[in-house]
Every structure is written in structure tokens, then in C-alpha cells.
Design a protein. Sequence first.
Length: 113
Amino acid sequence: MHEWKVICKIDDIPPLGARRIKRDKGVEVAVFRNAEDKVFALLDQCPHKRGPLSQGLVFGETVVCPLHNWQIGLADGCASAPDEGCTPRFSVRVENDEVALDLHELKTLAVDG
């Protein structure tokens, strides 16, 4: 069962962009908004060289890492072939224009990196 933490309004995330969410431990979480107002959340770290995905370009359901142009799927956090690797993804809920993340995941997912 999810315990949701509201982190922002959907309009606080720029269209085709991201907002970074700080955590008590671990790398920040990047929350993305695409052109269709779908919202996704990934660890703000490319699986290749740890580039900040929040600074990448968003198109469709993909973000392009600003360091080496790896294409990372927003829905699953995985690199497009021929590149390989995945970054952790976080559960997202949008309700009444409020964006919420799973509190347990924020506290425990990828906190060692």
C-alpha cells in the first residue's frame, strides 16, 4: 500500500522539463512532465556516467541525458538500445493537480548512491 507525499503542483514542473526533489539520504529525484502532462519520476542520475537527467531534454516519454545523449525511458528508467542500463524509477500519483511520490520509495530506494 502506498503512502503518498505531495511534492508540488503539476504546474510547478515545466512542460518538457523537470523539477528536482531533495531527499534526506541519496541522490535527488527528478520529476518530469511531458507535452501531454504525464508525470514521471526517476533518480536524477543517468545509468551511464551519473549525468543529471533533470537537465536533459524531454520528448515523448523519453529524457536525453545532457552528458552523452543517452535516451532514458521515463516510464521504466531504462536506456534505449544499443545503450544498456537503468536508473531507478519512483511511483507517481497526480490528483487534483497535485503531484505525489511514494513516501516509502523516497526514503528507501537508491539511498546508497
